[in-house]
Write a protein that binds this ligand. Structure first.
Ligand code: M6R
Length: 604
């Protein structure tokens, strides 16, 4: 996820661009840049680092221009360096471009452009865009036609904004990545999100996929994919600019829960090809040669995602174990060059996880980091890295990063199973891959049902809250309990459902509801365990599909769409995220910054 801003001003565009980048910083913050023009020469300044670094450089060496574009980056293709920062230009520097999304066919386009003599200066997928535009300009196209033909050539979900040499216009397009127009009398803005310009105007036009926008000093034109002018309606946004980073949501956590259909689309994009092969293009699969066992290391939510993946690997006949990273040194047992150690960490900076990763390296194990942050310490120190592509997460409670971790790790587990001779591929792999590809829509359905908000009202007066599950649903029961305690400050515990009668049942009373995951492959056993709790007076809050037999034993039921058993608990997890959120909200807790906790735990 990156942030785009473009501004056509009556005097100077630079302040509007910089303010917009500040407001979009939540979308990415590892490099930034702007390009401005007065309708003649283009000036570009960009650098790795935070927007504050860009600002201080620009105050020492100001740029001016009435039209401009800006970008704040969250690296996906190429690390955060000055060269990889946006805006990007072509060889002839006739156009500058900012981009949000992934150009899925960038390799093919780059190869073709190289063959035509273009030289590339960055590792980004974006850089093909200005080169393509220049190619069309050289062939005699007008800037408008060159821009339209270029965006038509791009595959994937993309939003693009461009300024040209000798042109007092901004060209932009939206296709699968957000872009919204702001109109402030004679001035115009284009941005990935409304907060970028809300200080100046609340008059907005939400573009549709396939739209191309051309902004000129006295008019704004919107073209459909055929080049015909189209009208899009104006809307008035009534958000408080101070709160607008959260959009229409009261908390970042709720915003991030609602972002999951988008973050999961990014997570799965390009990972399953047309032949149903699993693709991790950033990964050298040579790392799997000779591997006899897999160790996962991670903390908190990342540990739960690891447990989920380890179960999938065990099922494929791979010896796989998930360790709490803080316990790894004491509990790992022998490690060798035949042990693949996978460090799962959203931030890539968790001290305990890094310590476990270093222990593995010191003991000769090949290492793989699964992280959300390119250039994080884990990504730099591990032999190989896989990115979960969830985009920045601001709420301390991990939500969209958990689902992206779990989906990435589900795919990785099947990829590894395909590489190791001792493993067997699932017979239902095609169905599983189909369900993983469909998960963004299924999650959207859970969010749209909006059942959790109402149920949360009945949950405020209990003594404690228990969460039970079995098999691939146990990690989600543990995750549900962690989320609940983290933001409600109420006592919550997750248990393997089959373990209730070995101790935890002593805690069960009419004042302890039991969230029961009727998901996965052994639902009947969990039903039996839930009934044991119900007999002791506990209310059973079941989570499962409409036709799950768990529904009939439940006192309340949260429904999920029918899907592959392996994916069911991931959908149930979204219901549990919403339950935790709404309960914490009704209790008036500090949801985005729970007491005593930090987003990134960099001390061991
Ligand atoms: O950045 P990491 O994934 O390494 O963080 C690990 C834990 O600190 C983190 O998952 C924590 O448990 C979450 N705040 C839970 O919501």
């Amino acid at each position: 996820m990156c942030g785009i801003i473009a501004h056509l001003a009556t005097d100077d565009a630079v302040n509007g661009l910089i303010e917009g980048l500040d407001r979009l910083e939540y979308r990415g913050y590892d490099s930034a840049g702007i390009a401005v023009s007065d309708g003649s020469d283009l000036s570009v300044y960009k650098r790795a680092g935070e927007i504050s670094d860009l600002k201080s450089d620009l105050s020492a060496a100001p740029l001016t221009g009435k039209i401009g574009i800006g970008h704040t980056r969250w690296s996906t293709h190429g690390p955060p360096t000055d060269e990889n920062a946006h805006p990007h230009t072509g060889d002839r520097e006739r156009v500058a471009v900012v981009h949000n999304g992934v150009v899925e066919n960038h390799r093919r386009l780059r190869k073709q452009l190289r063959a035509d003599g273009h030289e590339f200066t960055s590792e980004t997928d974006t850089e093909v865009i200005p080169h393509l535009i220049e190619e069309y300009l050289e062939a005699g196209d007008s800037p408008e036609m060159a821009f339209r033909r270029t965006v038509d050539d791009l595959e994937g979900g993309n939003a693009v904004a461009a300024v040209f040499e000798d042109e007092a216009r901004i060209f932009a397009s939206r296709d699968g990545s957000p872009l919204v127009v702001g109109i402030d009398d004679d001035e115009y803005y284009l941005a990935s999100d409304v907060p970028a310009f809300l200080e100046h105007t609340s008059d907005v036009i939400y573009l549709e996929d396939g739209d191309v926008v051309i902004v000129e000093p006295d008019q704004l034109r919107i073209l459909d994919p055929d080049g015909s002018s189209v009208k899009r309606s104006h809307e008035t946004v009534d958000w408080d600019p101070e709160e607008a980073g959260k959009g229409a949501f009261n908390h970042y956590m709720l915003k991030e829960i609602n972002e999951q259909p988008t973050s999961l689309t990014n997570t799965v994009r390009g990972r399953i090809d047309a032949e149903q092969e699993i693709v991790f293009e950033e990964l050298d699969t040579g790392i799997f040669d000779g591997i006899e066992e897999v160790h996962f290391v991670g903390c908190g939510t990342s540990h739960h995602a690891s447990l989920y993946s380890a179960r999938l690997m065990s099922r494929a006949g791979i010896c796989a174990r998930a360790f709490r990273a803080s316990e790894y040194v004491e509990t790992s047992g022998p490690i060798s060059e035949k042990t693949l150690v996978i460090a799962v960490t959203q931030s890539g900076e968790t001290a305990d996880t890094l310590a476990a990763l270093r222990e593995a390296t010191n003991r000769g194990a090949p290492t793989l980091a699964v992280t959300n942050v390119m250039e994080s310490t884990a990504a730099r120190e591990a032999d190989e890295t896989v990115f979960i592509r969830a985009g920045p997460e601001i709420g301390v409670a991990a939500t969209k990063t958990f689902t992206s971790q779990a989906v990435t790790l589900a795919l990785l587990s099947q990829k590894i199973a395909g590489e190791l001779p001792q493993a067997t591929l699932r017979e239902d792999l095609p169905e599983l891959l189909e369900a993983l590809a469909r998960i963004p829509e299924d999650v959207q359905q859970v969010i749209d049902q909006n059942q959790a908000a109402e149920l949360a009202r009945d949950l405020l007066t209990y003594d404690a809250y228990f969460f039970i599950g079995r098999g691939s649903s146990l990690p989600v029961a543990l995750e549900g309990a962690l989320k609940f305690k983290e933001i409600t400050y109420e006592h919550a515990e997750g248990f393997a459902s089959g373990q209730l009668k070995h101790g935890p049942l002593a805690l069960v009373t009419p004042n302890t509801p039991v969230f029961s995951l009727f998901t996965g492959e052994e639902i009947e056993k969990t039903i039996t365990n839930a009934k044991e709790a119900q007999t002791r007076g506990a209310d059973i809050i079941g989570i499962g599909s409409a036709d799950s037999p768990g529904q009939s034993v439940s006192d309340a039921y949260l429904e999920i769409p029918a899907t592959h058993p392996v994916c069911e608990s991931l959908l149930a997890n979204v219901q549990l995220q919403l339950i935790s959120y709404h309960t914490a909200d009704l209790l008036g807790r500090s949801i985005d910054k729970p007491r005593n906790l930090a987003k990134s735990v960099t001390v061991g």
